[in-house]
Design a protein around this ligand. Structure first.
Ligand code: FEO
Ligand code: CA
Ligand code: CA
Ligand code: CA
Length: 734
């Protein structure tokens, strides 16, 4: 997310850390040979077939003659209206909003700040989401299309001056200390929800009293799994053995494993912790200080909500990440607590009795989605991941275990997770200027890591916990904020959204700014009213194609976000039209039912013209476009030419706006029924620019959604899941 995008820079820091001051390279050399131009659009997709794609479960990709054409709908215009707009012939309905009851006996949501018991209600800021089919017996059924579970991330909360003000009757307490009753609500609305949904008499709804529903909050008991389990850097007062932690936090992107579990990424967790102003000295300036700084927590850092001031109880004190105790290993305080956040967490959505596990082998950073590459029997599994902060990196995990089809339907799903996600190799991406790339393994066997002067790595667990530092050591490529990634079921290529980056500059003036390079080639100025937005304010999407070896890939820029009217030489390079233009791509999901690539935005740059949106795309493949040179003149008069490769230009048949959300929201998360006839989408933080002082004056709310859509009590805006169906019963996006 890009929280409170209209707020001053310091106000958004909790969600947009900027702690990569490494000297890692950028690239400005000339691109070399390119791949073939063979298109992989509708019509040829079917030739790839399921034999190659194994566990992808690809069904019709719109390629056969009896399938309706994709993107057959009329584009939805850009809009500043306070509604959810979808194409003619489609219906969007609200399904599950902040505060909705999730257990029998929980009172209906009053939505006036007096509600309690949020651990049994929908959390806030609905984000990534996955579908888990249910049979009539209430058990897993992968082909079910009218009954299932939705596992939903609740990323964060709409706040101002510490308080999540829509949760509290008069906006809550905006100074320290925070009352424990307010803190308890705020910790409870974070985490994830699993809810049962069903189509009954033609209408979708969720089941408020289903015994399958459950929540994890910022305080739920969770196991540490993988190489960091039991490590000295995870010892806390709560877990002197370093094997457990409490809670999952700032859950953004998601993933679904081939064995039917839910993966959730912990993104901007660092901002929830505080450190004392003298903590560096308290730690004798040891290497933990280097780690804390690299993950965005300098000494003296204030916490986002002041939860540590809720009282003396452990559940409040754990948010204070300072060294306070006398122990040498941290068993008497929470100096190591932050090392328990920042992972991909595996959850069995079908079984709330199983403890969730933090899969530390997949590294620790600001995680977004976790997408599996081609699943093939007898081969390792690959999981792709991005680290969403300015100038951070793209990663790949490759399992030690080789895939066995028998594991797809194993009864003990978490045990399958142990097998594939606790042991493997972690790689970081280097994008070469010639259109090739290298996955660099992060291991002590690499002299750049074992001999890294900035940080002395002790063991493999140290790399799992301090992944960013290891990636710095090997010279990974700084990207324009890697958000979600998704794998094209037609050909296995990996797409990443790079949402925006204000630090990209042709004239860098500090170590936190860097030149454009081949994979992040734009640095320009966009105007929003009288405000100038510098860097790459509109973002882009890159895509990767794996090579013959585990360490080789090729890549191109699939699409550049831009305003349709922007300069086509340097900004609107993809020549987007008014039906296609977008800014700050974030959520990204490929439909397995249709092959459509859904692109969602979390924007602050183009929001003077349009609310955030979702587009439907039918992409080709890496190398289907052409080279492009961006010619810059620096302030000293020297020239800088950046050569990149841009995908084949979109047409009205391959890119079209499908949805525009209400005011102040981002669009994020998408799950579908296997038949492609219903999609679930999240509307996150409508009305987030509302002032805390106006919390009880609905006439001043930025948004009145979803009450304006007829949903629920009260007028306070609420994050919510919507369900979209086609009125003729067809597949979504046709
Ligand atoms: Fe939660 Fe990076 O979006
Ligand atoms: Ca976002
Ligand atoms: Ca996001
Ligand atoms: Ca503009």
């Amino acid at each position: 997310m890009n929280h409170r995008v209209d707020a001053p820079e310091q106000a958004i820091d909790f969600n947009n850390e900027n702690s990569n001051t490494s000297a890692n390279p950028t690239f400005d050399a000339v691109l070399g040979a390119r791949l073939s131009r063979r298109g992989l659009l509708r019509g040829s997709v079917g030739t790839v077939g399921t034999a190659v794609l194994g566990g992808f479960g690809v069904t019709a990709c719109g390629g056969s003659d009896d399938e309706p054409a994709l993107l057959g709908f009329a584009a939805v215009p850009k809009s500043l209206a306070d509604t959810v707009a979808v194409p003619t012939g489609y219906t969007a309905s609200v399904l599950f909003a902040l505060g909705d009851p999730m257990a029998a006996g929980v009172a209906a949501y009053k939505n006036d700040g007096t509600d309690t018991n949020y651990a049994q209600r929908a959390g806030d800021h609905h984000d990534g989401m996955e579908w888990f089919g249910l049979g009539t017996d209430g058990k897993r059924n992968d082909s079910a299309t009218e009954r299932g579970l939705l596992a939903i991330n609740h990323e964060a909360t709409t706040d101002e001056k510490l308080s999540s003000f829509f949760l509290h009757a008069n906006g809550g307490t905006s100074t320290l200390p925070r009352p424990p009753s307010e803190v308890d609500k705020e910790t409870d609305i974070h985490g994830i929800a699993v809810i049962e949904v069903a189509k009954t008499a033609g209408k979708w709804g969720y089941v408020p009293s289903s015994a399958l529903n459950f929540r994890l909050t910022a305080l739920s008991d969770i196991e540490i799994a993988g190489p960091a389990r039991g490590h000295a850097q995870l010892i806390t007062k709560y877990s002197p053995t370093g094997t457990k932690t409490r809670g999952t936090l700032n859950n953004c992107g998601t993933g679904k494993t081939p064995w039917g579990t839910f993966l959730t990424g912990e993104e901007n967790w660092a901002g929830y912790f505080t450190r004392s102003a003298t903590d560096d000295a308290a730690r004798n300036n040891d290497k933990s200080v280097t780690s804390l700084k690299r993950y965005g927590r300098n000494q003296g850092a204030a916490s986002r909500h002041g939860w540590e001031t809720g009282g003396a109880e452990d559940k409040y004190q754990r948010w204070n990440n300072s060294k306070l105790g006398a122990s040498t290993d941290g068993r008497d305080d929470y100096r190591n607590e932050m090392n328990g956040m920042g992972y991909i967490v595996e959850i069995d959505a079908y079984d709330k009795t199983r403890l969730a596990k933090k899969r530390t082998a997949l590294g620790r950073f600001a995680h977004e989605s976790a997408a599996f590459g081609k699943v093939e029997a007898g081969k390792p599994l690959s999981v792709y991941m991005g680290d969403d902060s300015r100038g951070e990196y793209i990663y790949k995990f490759v399992s030690t275990a080789l895939w066995s089809e028998a594991d797809a339907n194993a009864a003990d799903r978490m045990a399958v997770g142990d097998k594939y996600l606790d042991s493997g190799k972690l790689y970081v991406a280097k994008f070469n200027a010639d259109g090739t790339g290298t996955w660099v393994e992060l291991s002590l066997g690499n002299a750049a890591i074992s001999g890294y002067a900035t940080y002395k790595f002790a063991d493999v667990a140290d790399i799992a916990i301090n992944t960013r530092l290891a990636a710095d050591a090997v010279g990974a490529t700084k990207m324009d904020r890697p958000e979600w990634n998704a794998v094209n079921p037609a050909n296995g290529e990996i797409y990443f959204t790079l949402t925006n980056n204000s630090n990209r500059s042709v004239n860098p003036t500090s170590s936190s700014q860097y030149l454009p390079d081949a994979a992040n080639p734009r640095a320009y100025t966009d105007e929003k009213g009288t405000t100038k937005q510098n860097g790459n304010p509109n973002g882009h999407l890159v895509r990767l194609k794996e090579g013959a070896s585990v360490s080789a890939f090729s890549w191109d820029v699939y699409l550049f976000g831009a305003e349709a009217g922007a300069d086509k030489a340097m900004v609107n390079i993809s020549a987007l039209t008014a039906d296609q233009d977008f800014s700050s791509p974030d959520g990204l999901v490929f439909s397995k039912a249709t092959g459509i690539c859904w692109i969602q935005t979390d924007d602050g740059a183009y929001t003077d013209v349009t609310n955030c949106m979702m587009l439907a795309a039918v992409p080709g493949q890496v190398g289907d476009g052409a080279k492009k040179t961006l010619s810059y003149t620096k302030t000293d008069g020297s020239k800088l030419d950046i050569v990149t490769t841009v995908g084949k230009a979109a047409t009205p048949d391959t890119l079209k706006r499908f949805l525009v959300g209400p005011k102040g929201c981002e669009i994020t998360g998408l799950a579908e029924t296997p038949d492609g006839k219903a999609i679930f989408v999240n509307i996150q933080h409508p009305g987030e620019a509302t002032a805390m002082a106006d919390v009880n004056d609905a006439t001043k709310y930025q948004s009145l959604w979803p009450s304006s859509a007829g949903y629920g009590a009260g007028k306070r805006p609420r994050s919510a899941t919507i369900v979209i169906t086609k009125n003729d019963g067809g597949k979504i996006g046709t």
